[in-house]
Design a protein around this ligand. Structure first.
Ligand code: AVI
Length: 333
């Protein structure tokens, strides 16, 4: 069994915008650049600029996960929410996004569920307001409860105050941005925040031809490179760093052992960089590790469900078998 992670680590998932120059950002950057293998956590990609670039990534031809998961929900949305037909249900979105995928589940619920609610949880109030207004105007009977909080705190606040059971969405293979032990700890914490009868739907990007994976994380237009380099730009803007963005390049590599795609920022020359009064040296070719995007084998989603204490209800896939949305239920203890 993996060791439990500190609570702080569990909260560290990709999500939008944090306050400018937050002390957590400074601490993560200084600690990460001090390590023998330099690394900065990928959650810091998502300032306003990074979130806009990520929107462009999701529209790229090579970045298949968003498109394919949309296809899965469009085909199987009704089957996914079938356990809630004739009962109440509240769909909880972890990371609000623009709600494009979520509406594919709310639509069948609006036809077959007597009471249904929508509760996006996000630490960005602006993102919550947008998606809540859109859903409320599209589904007039929908009870919308935006929750501005960290994920687990938000879930606890929701419990017992919503119509029916919860269906918690953790889509887009966001789980892949956690190392395996972190993912298990995250899912266990999720399980602990839920009640018997609640469900979760988790998106897993499956292992596939390496060339397809490489194409998703290194596009010819340079959008993913801009996304990765924005992390250095953010350090310059918010932490008074002096990174020369021209002096670093984006690299995406495949690790067949995890398996995972990994993103790096590679120094093009020997150089020194100042961050918040500290100096960090880089050799030519030395890299900062910025992201891991795990890819899953066939049996992985079911194994993770069991390890985290969920019962698997079903798996919903695209035609090529590239992506799985796994539906799990919380059983009585
Ligand atoms: C948000 N997350 C699931 C994306 C991924 O595929 O790991 C982030 C991303 N990084 C580069 N391209 C997309």
């Amino acid at each position: 069994m993996p060791p439990p992670l500190p609570a702080r680590k569990l909260a560290e998932l990709p999500r939008p915008e944090e306050a400018q120059g937050s002390p957590r950002f400074l601490r993560d950057v200084l600690q990460g650049l001090d390590r023998p293998r330099k690394a900065v956590p990928s959650l810091w990609f998502y300032d306003a600029r990074g979130s806009r670039i990520f929107q462009r990534i999701m529209a790229l031809d090579g970045y298949y996960p968003t498109r394919i998961e949309h296809e899965i929900l469009a085909r199987h949305g009704s089957d996914i929410v079938a356990p809630f037909f004739g009962r109440g249900c509240t769909v909880v979105d972890l990371g609000a996004g623009d709600g494009t995928k979520t509406r594919l589940l709310l639509e069948p619920l609006s036809l077959r569920s007597p009471r249904f609610g929508y509760a996006p949880i996000d630490i960005s109030g602006a993102a919550l307001a947008d998606v809540s207004a859109r859903m409320a105007s599209e589904f007039p009977r929908l009870r919308v409860t935006p929750v501005e909080a960290e994920y687990f705190e938000g879930l606890r606040a929701l419990q017992g105050r919503q119509p029916g059971s919860l269906l918690v969405l953790f889509l887009g293979s966001n789980i892949g941005n956690l190392e395996r032990a972190e993912a298990i700890a995250f899912l266990r914490s999720l399980r602990a925040a839920l009640r018997p009868g609640d469900h979760v739907l988790v998106g897993f990007d499956l292992l596939k031809e390496v060339e397809v994976l490489r194409g998703a994380y290194d596009d010819p237009e340079g959008v993913t490179a801009a996304f990765n380099l924005n992390l250095l730009g953010r350090m310059n803007r918010e932490l008074g760093a002096d990174f020369d963005l021209e002096a670093f390049g984006h690299r995406a590599t495949f690790d067949p052992v995890r398996p995972a795609m990994e993103s790096w920022l590679v120094s093009r020359r020997r150089q020194r960089v100042r961050v918040a009064g500290r100096t960090f040296g880089f050799e030519a070719g030395e890299a900062i590790h910025t992201e891991i995007s795990c890819k899953y084998r066939e049996g992985d989603p079911s194994a993770l469900a069991a390890l985290a204490g969920f019962s698997e209800i079903g798996q919903f896939r695209d035609r090529r078998g590239w992506f799985v949305d796994a539906l799990w239920r919380v059983n009585p203890k």
